[in-house]
Design a protein around this ligand. Sequence first.
Ligand SMILES: [Ca+2]
Ligand SMILES: [Ca+2]
Length: 112
Amino acid sequence: MASRAESTTGKFVPVAYLPSSKAFTKFIRIGIADKNDNPPYFDKALYEAEVDENEDIQHTVLTVTAKDHDESSRIRYEITSGNIGGAFAVKNMTGAIYVAGALDYETRKRRL
Ligand SMILES: [Ca+2]
Ligand SMILES: [Ca+2]
């Protein structure tokens, strides 16, 4: 019988051979890597928040959260449209949307 040992690299390697035969057993461990083949999705179809027009810059309005079925996905957030005047910004790692510029109710009533 061949015995086995786990090497430091995580592969099983044969450590003993049958003395009277050239036959031996190899142990191979196969890891399945998760390919990034699923698109991320938000946990809600619509996020709503109210923000006062006098709110401080950097004030977090709400935090959006996206998920992904792939283990290998790293999600980054950005605002791609609708952010006229740069009134809002998002922290790309956390999805926290915060006030980035002066808000004026009369001119930016329907911006997000
Ligand atoms: Ca996958
Ligand atoms: Ca993905």
